[in-house]
Write a protein that binds this ligand. Structure first.
Ligand SMILES: O=C(O)CCC(=O)C(=O)O
Length: 267
């Protein structure tokens, strides 16, 4: 990883960091063409986890969950060598891919994402060395609802209680955040092709998109294969070993390390 492109933020201490210009503009164009296909093929309704339960809601491009599990273009992106170099820099050399989600906020219409911790939603995942790559597919800033992080709130890995937002946001749930905590939030503004990585316990969220520009991102969620275990019976998508070794566990992770073929059952 080119050190010049990484932010000075210490991932362990702050719970997030930034890697600028990881994908070039040609690569970003290719991913956006795949996103156009996903949005074109959206059904009328989708089943999403909202307000603490699975429910059927009108389809929205914020809800494009797990595209890698059914489409090899997205799966290949999840093992892009430069993306994995960034992940390795914070989670170490042994990496599993556990989930992914395209969150595209339409101009003037994108849903907010209330303050939350990721890991408290993933009961099949045991361990704390878990991080999410948030890859910008558009230039992202406060006006179009970029992600924001409250630094160091992952310290000690607290499991905060969830409360209803009572509003139409992505999750329908949030946690109690004091005005002082909210004032410490850092907006992760970045150009398309850049990415941030955030710890699965750090508090983060985003405002609605009030601009006339789209704000799309692809979130790819990884874990340290040696310190984190995933119950693949309970987990809703296959788990892929994308780099290094799987550690001591007798797991049935799909081997997707460099050179391994993509699964045939996936289109
Ligand atoms: O894209 C956003 O605004 C929120 C993303 C998020 O919550 C996540 O990646 O865990």
């Amino acid at each position: 990883m080119n050190k010049a492109n990484t932010s000075a933020v210490d991932y362990r201490a702050a719970g997030y960091c930034l890697f600028r210009d990881v994908l070039d503009s040609e690569e970003v164009r290719g991913v956006n063409a795949e996103l156009d296909n996903l949005v074109r093929d959206m059904p009328d309704t989708m089943v999403v986890y909202k307000d603490g339960q699975n429910q059927e809601v009108p389809a929205r491009p914020e809800y494009l969950t797990e595209p890698h599990a059914s489409n090899n273009a997205w799966l290949e992106l999840c093992r892009h060598p430069r993306i994995l170099d960034a992940v390795e820099a914070v989670l170490g050399p042994d990496l599993i891919l556990i989930m992914s989600h395209v969150i595209s906020k339409r101009p003037g219409d994108g849903l907010p994402v209330a303050w939350h911790q990721d890991n408290t939603y993933w009961h099949s995942v045991q361990g704390t060395d878990v991080g999410t790559v948030w890859l910008a597919l558009d230039d992202a800033d406060l006006a179009n609802g970029c992600m924001q992080v409250i630094p160091s709130t992952h310290e000690g890995y607290p499991e905060m209680d969830k409360v209803s937002t009572g509003e139409n946001d992505l999750l329908g749930l949030t946690v109690e955040v004091t005005p002082d905590m909210a004032a410490a939030a850092i907006p992760l503004e970045m150009r398309a092709g850049s990415l941030s990585i955030h710890d699965s316990y750090v508090l983060h969220g985003s405002e609605p998109n009030t601009s006339n520009r789209r704000r799309a991102a692809y979130t790819m969620r990884y874990a340290n294969a040696r310190t984190v275990t995933v119950d693949t019976q309970e987990h809703w998508v296959p788990v892929y070993l994308v780099r290094g070794e799987r550690g001591g566990s007798d797991s049935d992770y799909v081997d997707l390390r460099p050179g391994r073929p993509l699964p045939e059952c996936v289109v």
